[in-house]
Design a protein around this ligand. Structure first.
Ligand code: PRP
Length: 211
């Protein structure tokens, strides 16, 4: 049988994930000095470094058994897998933000919302029973209100400095975000013991790291 394969999110979550794996006693040498190799041995596991949305795709299809990815990507994806653990790092939040001083909820015209997360934004405005025009943007969503493209944005806010430096402010917080462990549904049945042992090691390492 092949080794359990874990999809890791590149970028913001990478460093903390390596710290977690190191605390689990896994040898992360190849993950740290990765060069251009795409599949890397990590202790008794195999790791794949991928963009967040691809992590959910790999885990949904069983190309990887386990994934470590942000709740933002999970909530936007609508994909099927088990979300089993909150890792407690990579903390930020989804928020509705608009130019400082603008009265977003006033007036009757349909507002335009720029976002990298159209499903999250749609769900939020549906709950408010508010009809909006959602514009999908791939990066630097904060630019949209400055260019007159949108009245507000739905985006993740971590320190708040991107909003502040661009004259925007949070109007409403939508939901908290942090890194999660996800598991492929078939792997959870077929390789339950190995997955449970991995998850137990994660929980213990997480507790040690938090002390
Ligand atoms: C995210 C998000 C904001 C920024 C918020 O973008 O889209 O732009 O971080 O962080 P802050 O509150 O600490 O300023 P990211 O840096 O991940 O880049 P991206 O636009 O390429 O996704």
């Amino acid at each position: 049988m092949r080794k359990l394969r874990i999809a890791l999110t590149k970028g913001r979550l990478e460093k903390k994930t390596v710290s977690l794996f190191t605390a689990m006693g896994l040898d992360c040498t190849q993950l740290i000095n990765k060069g251009r190799r795409l599949i890397l041995p990590v202790g008794e596991y195999e790791a794949v470094l991928a963009k967040a949305a691809d992590v959910t795709t790999y885990v949904e299809h069983g190309a990887c058994d386990i994934g470590i990815v942000g709740k933002d990507t999970i909530a936007e994806s609508g994909k099927s897998f088990y979300e089993v653990l909150d890792l407690g790092f990579g903390k930020c939040r989804f928020a509705l933000a608009a130019p400082k001083g603008s009265d977003f909820f006033s007036g009757h015209q349909v507002k335009s919302i720029a976002t990298k997360y159209p499903n999250i934004a749609r769900g939020y405005f549906d709950r408010l029973d508010m009809d909006v025009n959602i514009i999908k943007i791939e990066g630097s969503v904060e630019l949209a209100p400055l260019l007159g493209l949108a009245d507000a944005i739905v985006d993740i806010v971590e320190t708040g400095s991107t909003l502040k430096e661009n004259g925007l402010e949070v109007i409403e917080e939508i939901m908290p975000v942090s890194a999660r462990v996800i598991v492929n549904m078939a792997s959870m049945k077929l390789r339950r013991d190995e997955i449970e042992s991995f998850l137990l090691d994660v929980v213990v390492a997480k507790e040690v790291m938090e002390q």
